[in-house]
Design a protein around this ligand. Structure first.
Ligand code: FAD
Length: 443
């Protein structure tokens, strides 16, 4: 008989990694034996490797790791990772809540290594198809393609998306396919290669006003003596991100209920009110470092690196170099400047799941999910489709971030396995006691 998974996780970044852990702990607690797998297009685990800039730090406390807010005694806490790596005491002496991204990537990779048997790396999900039994839509076939072009088909009763975002390319750059125009997600690796192919000074434009743009600008200025970097932003100044404690409460998992209960209109205004926590804003310390750098240039009478403020790229032409046509957002005046490389630190789109779900679109009732992140499907459908990371409009700004992973993963796991838990609860208690394994606590 064909294997039918309880769920297939699409993508294996932090969201589905947290789900893998929540599933394991949930199953141990209730004595279940779920059959799950994850399909990840990368060849191995890596978290935003294109932005692993030396010294860059996390923007959330390590206590918001994969598990602690749900189960502080979990084997998979950041603290237990430190203990296993032999760095717990040294980390304490760092006196920080904010590890480097390099270390956090290592933590996530360590956690992921425990689930090696469930993950199929190097497989990109390309579509899904419905499976019927006695006229009911009971399962879904997931089609994936591997690097060598081969395709696979796996069947599941539930699908859980954790695919992150797709690089957002501004209109002016649409249709341009040139290695000298790269998205921030491919910065590390990409910039080194371009520099290796180029001798002499290199004029690099970084487009964007957010954290990634500022980090790249600073990294270029810091690391490469032959780079002249220009940060092109629409606004008149870099703005600081607000992570003050009252505002930070919007990232508490409990805030998800608060926002989900609002009318759509109210949600939109709340998202707008708190946009300056995450979008087009920069960590204040980094703003100060950039200001200091520009000031120091003035002291020396240099103008190597610059901020081009109130500029919107309206058109780009690629030839021997890249000509950017810039509109001044204050007075509409237009001029152009030439660069050797353009880096688009212009964020991510979160709509890619629609493309993957095209094969079952007619069974979806709409784009909205319920409180447990489950899409509404039409009557006569037993399949569950869960979305993580693309529910900002209904579940708030934390949905695309790491803050709620520990709790959201439990909510999704509980929703998927609700029926199994019910049937486990209806078993005689002696059977339950024999099968239920207590949560494994870190020693
Ligand atoms: C540079 C950077 C730093 C960040 N720092 C923080 C931070 O400090 N704090 C914070 O809260 N948030 C941060 N974020 C936000 C970020 O979204 C989250 O950190 C986190 O990555 C979300 O996890 P995810 O699993 O939902 O998505 P992702 O991490 O994007 O993982 C999605 C995975 O799905 C895979 N995938 C995509 N499509 C397919 C497909 N069709 N088939 C198979 N696999 C697929 C991808 O390869 C990827 O591995 C940062 C983002 C960036 C870009």
């Amino acid at each position: 008989m064909e294997l039918v998974y309880d769920y297939i996780g699409i993508g294996f970044g932090p969201s589905n990694l947290a789900l893998a852990i929540a599933t394991q702990e949930h199953a141990q607690f209730y004595g279940l034996s779920p059959n799950v797998c994850f399909l990840e297009r990368k060849p191995g685990f890596n978290w935003h490797e294109g932005m692993l800039i030396d010294g860059s730090t996390m923007q959330i406390s390590f206590l918001k790791d994969l598990v602690t807010q749900r189960n502080p005694g979990s084997h998979f806490s950041f603290i237990n990772y430190l203990k296993e790596r032999g760095r717990l005491q040294d980390f304490i002496n760092l006196k920080t809540f904010f590890p480097t991204r390099e270390e956090y990537n290592d933590y996530l990779g360590w956690a992921a290594s425990h689930f090696a048997g469930q993950i199929h790396f190097g497989e990109q999900v390309i579509g899904v198809e419905p499976c019927f039994e006695d006229g009911r839509f009971v399962a879904v076939d997931v089609l994936s393609r591997s690097a060598d072009g081969g395709t696979s088909r796996r069947r599941a009763r539930n699908l859980v998306f954790g695919i992150g975002g797709v690089p957002q390319v501004p209109g002016a750059f649409e249709g341009i396919d040139d290695p000298r125009v790269l998205h921030s997600s491919a910065y590390r690796g990409g910039i080194e290669q371009l520099l290796a192919e180029h001798s002499g000074p290199l004029n690099v434009a970084v487009i964007g006003a957010g954290q990634s743009a500022a980090e790249i600008f600073e990294d270029l200025a810091n690391r490469f003596d032959n780079v002249n970097a220009s940060l092109v932003i629409r606004g008149s100044a870099l703005k600081p991100s607000d992570d003050s404690p009252f505002v930070n409460q919007i990232f508490n998992p409990s805030f998800t209920d608060t926002i989900f209960q609002q009318t759509q209109e109210r949600r939109e205004s709340m998202l707008q009110e708190f946009r300056n926590t995450n979008y087009s804003v920069v960590d204040p310390e980094l703003i100060e470092a950039i200001f200091q750098r520009i000031y120091q240039q003035k002291v020396r009478g240099e103008q190597r690196h610059q901020l081009l403020t109130q500029r919107e790229v309206v058109h780009a032409e690629v030839g021997d170099d890249i000509e950017l046509f810039l509109r001044n957002t204050a007075d509409d005046h237009q001029d152009s400047q030439r660069f050797d490389v353009v880096i688009l630190a212009t964020g991510y789109r979160r709509d890619y799941h629609h493309q993957i779900l095209a094969g079952i679109r007619e069974y979806l009732q709409g784009p909205e999910v319920d409180r447990n992140y489950r899409l509404s499907l039409r009557h006569g459908t037993d399949v569950g489709v869960y979305l993580q990371g693309c529910c900002e409009e209904s579940h708030g700004l934390s949905d695309t971030l790491l803050s709620v992973l520990a709790i959201r993963s439990r909510e999704v796991a509980e929703s998927i396995f609700a029926d199994s838990v019910e049937s486990c609860a209806s078993r005689p208690s002696s059977t339950r006691e024999r099968t239920a394994v207590p949560l494994k606590l870190a020693r």
